[in-house]
Design a protein around this ligand. Sequence first.
Ligand code: MG
Length: 294
Amino acid sequence: MRLVTFYAQGKEQVGFLMENGVVPVNQLIGTKVASMLEMIEKVTDCQLDAAEKALKAGGNETVPMQEVKLLAPIPYPPRNVFCLGKNYADHAREIKMTKISDTGIPECPIYFTKIASPAITDGDDIRFSPQATTQVDYEVELAVVIGQAGINIRPEEAEEYIFGYTVANDVSARDLQGAHKQWFKGKSLDTFCPMGPVLVHKRALPLPLELNIQCRINGELRQDSNTREMIFDIPAIISDLSKGLTLKTGDIILTGTPSGVGMGCDPPRLLNDGDIVECYIENIGKLANRVVRQ
Ligand code: MG
């Protein structure tokens, strides 16, 4: 069940991505929804079952891809995006001696947040001005979208609180991360949160997730790992983050990046004008963006 937010016929809509186009969800479920957030809040398992059957049967009215502009699954997340730093051991080791972080493998999840307002998506440009930063880096990450509010969630019940999964690129200004000590600003520049375009419902990806995760720059494979390599897995993250902190419907959690970021290369290989960044996660999809220095 591959959901997308898209713009067509003069309005933002939610649909199921098919090979030949997008089937608007409002055709297949009894409840009208105007956004992905409404979809997450209102849709029931029965409606998803019925939609799945209808999609399998085919013959649904489909908006052709050439008439569709895909958006991020949740273009304007209601709150800052939650992020984990150093959640793959190989990445923690590669950045151990940089100015940004001098500690090793974390014993507790490291959290920060970033602004995505809006989150951009596949085909959009990552833009940066050299007046703001000259060290732009890429980080492919699995993003978890929360499906229902909860606090003090136990690891074994974490999956109940998930709606689905998407691909994200935690674009990072390394010079700002180093200068400001705290990561928020360097992670939050405009266009620095490409996400999507597909949001895969959790019923298609049961836990534990063991998905290949990769990032290519101009076709060259730079990051290549598997989500099973996370130090803190998804139930551990949801359980820990929700201790005393209510997770809300539509919250997004970026689960960290594996090794191979530009800053980890010697010498560093950061992003340049015209570079194409392709983030890929098995069974979810690809997120490609061009880098534009402006
Ligand atoms: Mg990151």
